[in-house]
Design a protein around this ligand. Structure first.
Ligand code: C2E
Ligand code: MG
Ligand code: MG
Length: 855
């Protein structure tokens, strides 16, 4: 414990990371910065100094050049004056005498005019004492005399006689005599001195900044020097390359130490140009001591400032971070939850780590509350521990028991395994026929399609199976299905897969066959099963079946669509007379879609009460008077014929609701007509076989009649013979019950379908309605006898006869002759709206007919 505390203390603040490393980095930074600033300021200052020195030297040189040029000008002007004076004197040669010369000298402001003989003796002069003076050898006068030149100008020189500075000029006359003219040049000479190199050198006054100034000529000989003693010194060409370069026109500098006073110096070499030619070089040495001094000072000062700043930073860090951390550490070390649970760190908002300390205190708050809870749970745990121990002992005892049970379970598992196999069989097989079921079929078909196999799906439905069930009982029905399954199994081969779809439907898969003829062979083989009588429980039974066939993937590659296709094709077979097979085609889908559309329209029309009845008059063949109306249903807003929508209403069951609406509407119409005091004749209502499903129809009709106070005799009900195909007895009973209400029954569409004449002998009907197709065929002259017999048979059975669809007079006449009671057809009237029907209610149609034929 003690050890770890010590370790904690030593590592609480890592001085290497927090102090030494930043210090080290800071010092390196200072070193780098001061080095950079030293070199930068050195280069800046020296460059500046060089530029200043060069411009100083250039200015000096310019001054030298300017001075030389001005002196040249003055000299030239004096020479011009000498020439002018000479010319004036020569012009007055004839009158020349000493007095004239004196006057001219005075007027023209010259100090000396001497006229020399060709031999060099002064003949005339303005200075009397010179008269007769002969120029000695090597004297400038003698030099001109023998030179043969016409003109010569001397440099300013001291007069050998007067010791004044003078400028002398000589002009030769045509006769060999020549003139010497002297002009005082003391002023010019003093100017020259003022402008000379040495004066300039002295002006630059060597001192603190300028160390040494010198002018050298082309031979590197000092012609002026700040140290007068050094004038005349000749510099070594090899050592003084910068002087050589300056003589070539280059300005250069040299950074060196000046040996004479042992200081650092910058020497500048600038060429002096006179009359477009480099005549001299100015060498100017400047002291750089001060510059270097200020560079050193700058570096030292900035380093000191940086060091002070680093120290201040470290001080702040120590005060604000290191010390508070140590303080915090000390406080944290005092935390001891076991011994002093109340202890909290002291808080002061000014502390650097106030936030951390308060977080630690929060943690301490939570920890102590957990600690209290822990203590509470500890005791509970103690108790449960003991309990667990006891349980453990119990468990150990149970383990052996469990082992025994495990063995038992093992044996059950094995049994279950075999059961699962059985279950799987049950899941995929039909319990009645033991054929694979729909699930198995779908699985097999899906697999086939996914493996890109082709083939055919056949849906087989046993015809009139419902009838078998109802008449011979469900047990017998089951046996029929078993027999069919057996027969199917019997004919199946490796391509044929037989399953039960449910009810009386079987699904057969012909796999791997796409030849239509061969698929059709399978279908024929299946149909053949039903061709012969089947013997079930020793009883002979005749069965037939309807079968729809669809090909995959030709018709679809979706199982659901294939099943719908087969179903559609099968229904088509049922609709056109059963006992056959048919291949699915797209037209069926279109018909189905059309059917769905019509069904939707029907539902909408019922919902929105958009149904109406038209009334077609039934006319007495002999009197021409209306004996009744047939109520014919129409949709108010749709042009769909009942021939189209009634079968759909029957299929969908909507016919029940529609049937009731028609009944109610027809009864209401009678009641209205009654109230209008019209001579009431019955209205015929069409009653579909499917309406037999409306079990309470008779009560409904009775109530409707009662409610409207309409007698049953005003309602005729038209049925078709299809009503007696199934449940013959029950349906005959139903019709009898209807009749007992007082309504009359008409057998509609007689002459279509089976239309057995023997029916007429036992069916409880009051009228027969000869169908239009029958009339069209048998009212022809060659067939009229059939019609005559049919009508007289009906009459003899006490049945009234209504002929439907009569459109021409000939038909009417033949029917009249045959003794037909009533006529319903366009000849007299089309189905009419209520208002129109009311208008013709009391008309005589025969009279109308006669009128029309007369016209
Ligand atoms: P249906 O009961 O045999 O009715 C007679 C049909 O023949 C009517 O057709 C009628 O308009 C038509 N017809 C009458 N005289 C002539 C004629 O001279 N020439 C021609 N070409 N046709 C004539 P509609 O109204 O189109 O009805 C067709 C079928 O729809 C009806 O045949 C009936 O079976 C059914 N139907 C009509 N209304 C209802 C109804 O309210 N309920 C039921 N269940 N079926 C109805
Ligand atoms: Mg009818
Ligand atoms: Mg009819």
């Amino acid at each position: 414990m003690g050890n770890s505390k010590k370790r904690m203390k030593t590592t609480i603040v890592n001085k290497y990371k927090l102090i030494y490393t930043p210090l080290f980095i800071g010092l390196i930074a200072i070193f780098i910065i001061s080095t950079i600033s030293y070199y930068t300021s050195k280069s800046l200052l020296l460059t500046q100094m060089k530029q200043n020195g060069i411009s100083l030297a250039k200015q000096t040189v310019l001054q030298v050049q300017g001075n030389a040029d001005s002196l040249e000008m003055v000299n030239k002007m004096i020479e011009e004056k000498i020439r002018a004076v000479g010319k004036v004197v020569i012009m007055n040669q004839k009158n020349l005498n000493n007095d004239l010369l004196k006057k001219m000298a005075n007027d023209l402001d010259v100090c000396e005019i001497d006229w020399y003989s060709p031999e060099g003796t002064i003949i005339y002069t303005n200075i009397d004492s010179y008269l007769g003076w002969k120029s000695p050898k090597d004297h400038p006068v003698e030099n001109f005399r023998i030179s043969g030149k016409n003109e010569y100008m001397e440099e300013i020189r001291m007069d050998t006689e007067s010791f004044n500075y003078k400028k002398y000029g000589y002009l030769r006359n045509s006769d060999g005599t020549f003139i010497q003219i002297g002009i005082s040049a003391n002023a010019v000479k003093s100017l020259t001195r003022k402008f000379d190199y040495q004066t300039l050198v002295e002006k630059l006054s060597p001192g603190e900044n300028v160390l040494h100034v010198t002018f050298v000529d082309k031979n590197l000989k000092a012609i002026a020097d700040s140290n007068i003693k050094d004038i005349g010194t000749v510099y070594d060409k090899d050592k003084e390359q910068e002087m050589e370069e300056a003589l070539k026109g280059m300005i250069s500098t040299k950074d060196s130490s000046y040996k004479k006073v042992d200081t650092k110096a910058l020497t500048i070499y600038v060429p002096v140009v006179h009359n477009g030619e480099i005549s001299n070089v100015l060498v100017l040495s400047l002291s750089t001591e001060k510059v270097y001094y200020s560079i050193y000072m700058l570096s030292i000062k900035s380093s000191i400032i940086a060091i002070i700043m680093i120290l201040m930073l470290l001080w702040v860090k120590n005060k604000n971070i290191i010390k508070p951390v140590k303080e915090l550490d000390k406080c944290i070390n005092q935390i001891d939850i076991e011994k002093n649970i109340q202890y909290r760190l002291s808080l002061s908002e000014s502390d650097t780590f106030f936030g951390v300390a308060s977080s630690i205190n929060n943690i301490l708050d939570k920890t102590s509350s957990y600690f209290y809870q822990l203590r509470e749970h500890q005791e509970e745990l103690q108790a449960s521990n003991e309990e667990i121990l006891a349980t453990y002992q119990q468990l150990a005892a149970s383990e052996e028991e469990l082992r025994a049970q495990y063995d038992e379970i093992q044996s059950y598992t094995e049994k279950l395994e075999s059961l699962r196999g059985e279950l799987e069989h049950i899941a995929y097989h039909d319990s009645l026929t033991n054929l694979p079921n729909r699930r198995m079929f779908v699985k097999k078909l899906e697999e086939g399609i996914s493996e890109n196999k082709y083939g055919a799906v056949m849906l087989l439905d046993v015809d009139n199976f419902k009838g078998i069930n109802d008449t011979l009982g469900h047990l017998y029905g089951d046996k029929v299905l078993k027999k069919v399954a057996e027969e199917l199994e019997y004919i199946k081969d490796e391509k044929m897969f037989v399953s039960r779809f449910g009810g009386d439907e079987f699904l057969i898969l012909i796999e791997g066959e796409k030849d239509i003829a061969l698929i059709e062979n399978y279908a024929k083989q299946i149909m053949n099963i039903f061709k012969n009588k089947l013997i079930i429980e020793g009883q002979e039974t005749y069965l037939s079946c309807s079968m729809g066939i669809t090909l995959y993937p030709f018709d679809s590659y979706k199982v659901s669509k294939l099943l719908i296709n087969a179903d559609m094709a099968m229904y088509r077979v049922k609709n056109i007379g059963k006992n056959n097979y048919m291949f699915f085609n797209e037209e069926m889908t279109e018909k189905l879609q059309e059917k769905i559309k019509v069904e939707n329209i029907l539902r909408e029309s019922i919902k929105k009460d958009e149904l109406k009845l038209l009334y077609q008059p039934q006319v007495c063949t002999f009197t021409g008077k209306i004996v009744g109306f047939e109520a014919l249903l129409r949709l108010k807003n749709e042009h769909i014929s009942p021939a189209q929508f009634i079968p759909i209403a029957e299929e969908t069951g909507l016919i029940v609701e529609i049937g009731r609406w028609v009944t109610k509407e027809a009864v209401k119409q009678i009641s209205i007509w009654k109230n209008k005091c019209l001579d009431i004749t019955p209205i015929s209502i069409n009653f579909s076989a499917k309406q037999l499903n409306d079990l309470n129809y008779i009560e409904f009709l009775e109530n409707t009649l009662k409610e409207s106070h309409v007698e049953a005799k005003y309602i005729d009900i038209e049925i078709t013979e299809s009503i007696f195909l199934d449940k013959k007895k029950e349906n005959i009973a139903f019709i009898n019950r209807l009749k007992s209400l007082g309504v009359k029954i008409a057998l509609d569409d007689f002459g279509t379908g089976y239309s057995s004449l023997s029916y007429l002998t036992f069916l409880p009907v009051d009228k027969i309605k000869l169908d239009k197709s029958l009339n069209d065929k048998f009212l022809e002259l060659e067939n009229i006898k059939v019609m005559d017999s049919l009508i007289s048979l009906a009459n003899s059975l006490n049945l009234e006869v209504v002929a439907e669809g009569i459109e021409d007079v000939v038909q009417y006449k033949r029917l009249k002759t045959a003794g037909c009671n009533y006529i319903q057809g366009y000849l007299f009237s089309k189905p009419l709206e209520v208002e129109e029907a009311e208008k013709v209610y009391n008309d005589n149609f025969l009279e109308k007919l006669i009128k029309i034929s007369k016209n």
